[in-house]
Write a protein that binds this ligand. Structure first.
Ligand code: NDP
Length: 444
């Protein structure tokens, strides 16, 4: 059977106009799974691909709130419940001015395969708002979160859909949303993950995505006779994922020399001081430019690209499409040989193709950053059992899960003769589990 990937893609573009990020995510997956569809015509005959490409449910809603000056503000809220074939919808909420339906759909689509790879029983979903928490008071963020949850709570539940954090949604926002959910529904259940320790949160959830990324890259390097020891690492972003990737990479003997935020980047040849970044970002919510006040030997570059800094290993941990083909060429010219995607879809499809053509090791987002959602699923398990596991217990499980995710990607890439193409491996392994479940459950 010959698979017409272009036809699927053309249909998606026609049915979902103007959603460039969603089209991009779909294209990457379709290209990877074409050989699987050729080998397994039953998936084509039963319309698995068409059904996978159409979310089970898309919810959009008005979020009105009152700012500190007494003025009414209106934002737009989203929850896309993409696929629940293998478990309740699970995926984060993003609060960022760039958010629109196309971003939420790309993230929700990716989440299906990512969650499948974790080996845990979770389906794919994603949500958020075009609200910008930056520059807002705590009281404004609280009023927004309460209004957002007043609508969202009608659609979620511990066995239905369990949102978590993402860009712009950290412990503070999860707290405000959880409080409102509990107040309206009058139940204390594990309906959100990323909760605080002491009210249902899991130890090691904060660290999980960054640590998990480094565990995945460690396995990828090991399989290719390399390690983090003594390597120069550059990380984009300085938020949750970036901070804990930096900490774990340094614990393996790497030297992280640069991190960034949306205004610029810092280079510290002595190695990034994680405690300073944590204080600036987690406590003071300050700009990364402040870093050089504490570390005078470091250099701050306003604007520009952190990827101009020479490195062996690149860990993009900020946002989508951070590395395009030109950036990829700069990285390769500067000696970079491995990329671990901490953010979702941080490399364009052209950048990925360029890296692979040069033999660069690429740990794709849906596999490499799955540690966050995997630990969220562990938080759900603890909530259901009314138990709390120790930090070490959760971290050990996370390490095992990331190691098994790498193995699944490696095995799938080998099975299809695509050695070292972990991008295709992740898409194939993630797809197969969901496709089998959909096939078994009939046309729904
Ligand atoms: P945070 O909000 O904690 O940090 C995001 C970082 O990226 C900040 O440094 C931010 O800078 C920067 N950034 C955000 N948007 C842009 C932009 N448009 N241009 C340049 N820089 C930008 O988010 P997280 O660390 O949680 O998330 C980072 C990435 O990881 C996202 O792609 C997210 O989807 C993904 N991810 C996160 C998981 C998690 O558990 N947190 C799980 C899996 C994936 P500034 O402060 O200036 O905006």
């Amino acid at each position: 059977m010959s698979i017409n990937v272009q036809k699927y893609l053309d249909d998606v573009k026609k049915r979902n106009p103007g959603e460039a990020e969603f089209h991009q995510a779909v294209e990457e997956v379709l290209e990877s799974i074409a050989p699987v569809l050729e080998k397994n015509p039953q998936y084509v005959e039963s319309g698995i691909v068409e059904r996978l490409l159409e979310p089970e449910r898309q919810i959009m809603f008005r979020v009105p709130w009152v700012d500190d000056n007494g003025k009414v503000q209106v934002n737009r809220g989203f929850r896309v419940q993409f696929n629940s074939a293998i478990g309740p919808y699970k995926g984060g909420l993003r609060f960022h001015p760039s958010v629109y339906l196309g971003i939420i759909k790309f993230l929700g689509f990716e989440q299906i395969f990512k969650n499948s790879l974790t080996t845990l029983p979770i389906g794919g979903g994603k949500g958020g708002s075009d609200f910008d928490p930056k520059g807002k008071s705590d009281a404004e963020v609280m009023r927004f979160c309460q209004s957002f949850m007043t609508e969202l709570c009608k659609h979620i539940g511990a066995d239905t859909d369990v949102p978590a954090g993402d860009i712009g949604v950290g412990g503070r926002e999860i707290g405000f949303m959880y409080g409102q959910y509990r107040r309206i529904r009058n139940e204390f259940t594990g309906v959100l993950t990323g909760k605080g320790i002491g009210w249902g949160g899991s130890l090691a959830r904060t660290e999980a995505t960054g640590y998990g990324l480094v565990y995945f890259v460690r396995e990828m390097l090991k399989a290719n006779g390399k390690s983090f020891e003594g390597q120069r690492v550059v990380i984009s972003g300085s938020g949750n994922v970036a901070i804990y990737a930096c900490q774990k990479a340094q614990s393996y003997g790497a030297k992280v020399v640069a991190v960034s935020d949306s205004n610029g980047y810092v280079v510290d040849e002595d190695g990034i001081d994680v405690a300073t970044v944590q204080r600036l970002k987690e406590v003071e919510r300050a700009r990364i430019s402040e870093y050089v006040k504490v570390r005078p030997n470091a250099k701050y570059v306003a604007g520009g690209s952190v990827w101009d800094v020479k490195c062996d290993i690149a860990l993009p941990c900020s946002t989508q499409n951070d590395i395009n083909e030109d950036t990829a060429k700069t990285l390769v010219d500067n000696g970079c040989y491995a990329v671990g995607e901490g953010a979702n879809m941080p490399c364009t499809n052209e950048a990925i193709k360029y890296f692979l053509s040069k033999g660069i090791l690429v740990g794709p987002a849906k596999a490499a950053n799955a540690g966050g959602v995997a630990t969220s699923a562990l938080e759900m398990s603890q909530n259901s059992q009314r138990l709390e596991w120790t930090f070490e217990e959760v971290d050990e499980r996370l390490d095992r899960i990331m190691t098994s995710i790498f193995k699944a990607c490696d095995d799938a890439s080998k099975e299809y003769g695509l050695n070292n193409n972990y991008v295709a491996g992740a898409n194939i392994a993630g797809f197969l589990k969901v496709a089998k479940a959909m096939l078994a459950q009939g046309v729904i």
